[in-house]
Design a protein around this ligand. Structure first.
Ligand code: KIV
Length: 271
């Protein structure tokens, strides 16, 4: 008798069902094949190919330098690894702010050339036309409000956003606008937990929080941060689940020691 080993893939509809029944959504970033295989096999719901690749993979100070071609490279490596997760890819800075035609072309390139399932875009009403056009092409869009790192030079700092009522008011309006346009979900980054709760409860679509408290419908973290690969990065919102920096460093130091002492390779490790 053959066992049906078919894996049920996560879709945007499944995420909506999860919100409807109160089941939290778990999302993590990944940028390459090996890491994405581990994350997918572990059972994550959503993999975000974030433009944080600009920081953690390329060593840039901000997310601004990463290009559309580089995002497509990372996304296609991730897509080759996954069996179950929904893959969301960030539209990088400069690939959608110009006009809605440019935005649509960028989103189409990501979908066609990487095989990903959806795109994420930072901003609210100001990008409404682009979001509509991409959605009209059949491409699912995840919004991103609050601390939007592509606007870091406007903010001037990575501190919590929307503490003031004027900014909180705009965020509420933006969230409703993105939902009305047809976004399937919205990331809320670094905003007060109370505001994130209010927004999450006011929306039918799921919110995914990072530094936005426990009431979001799901959570996202950058994988390098939560696995402790980013030495020294310990913001309050981050829970570190492993210390891979030390694990890897010890392994590498042991390898160097074994090579230098001529212990590696031994007779069993040669032909
Ligand atoms: O690029 C990224 O990793 C992100 C998350 C922090 C939400 O946008």
């Amino acid at each position: 008798m053959s066992v049906n080993k078919e894996i049920k893939r996560i879709t945007t509809h499944i995420l909506q069902e999860m919100k409807n029944r109160g089941e939290k959504i778990a999302m993590l970033t990944a940028y390459d094949y090996s890491m994405a295989s581990i994350v997918d096999d572990a059972g994550i719901d959503v993999i975000l190919v974030g433009d944080s690749a600009s920081n953690v993979m390329a060593g840039h100070e901000t997310t601004l330098p990463i290009t559309l071609d580089q995002m497509i490279y990372h996304a296609s490596s991730v897509v080759r690894a996954i069996k179950r997760s929904l893959v969301v890819v960030d539209l990088p800075f400069g690939s959608y702010q110009g006009n809605s035609k440019e935005a649509l072309n960028s989103a189409i390139r990501i979908m066609k050339e990487s095989g990903a399932h959806s795109v994420k875009m930072e901003g609210g009403v100001e990008i409404a036309e682009s979001v509509s056009r991409i959605l009209a092409a059949g491409i699912p869009v995840m919004g991103h409000l609050g601390l939007t790192p592509q606007s870091i030079y406007k903010f001037g700092t990575y501190t919590v956003r929307a503490r003031e009522e004027a900014e909180a008011h705009k965020l509420r309006e933006d969230a409703l606008k993105l939902q009305d346009l047809g976004c399937f979900s919205i990331v809320l980054e670094k905003i007060p937990a109370k505001l994130a709760k209010e927004v999450s409860e006011s929306l039918a679509i799921p919110t995914i929080g990072i530094g936005a408290g426990q009431h979001c419908d799901g959570q996202v973290l950058v994988i390098h941060d939560m696995l402790g690969l980013n030495k020294g990065f310990r913001p309050r919102f981050l829970r570190q689940y492993a210390n891979l920096y030390d694990v890897m460093s010890t392994g590498i130091q042991n390898y160097i020691k074994d090579v230098k002492s001529k212990d590696f390779p031994n007779e069993k490790e040669q032909y």
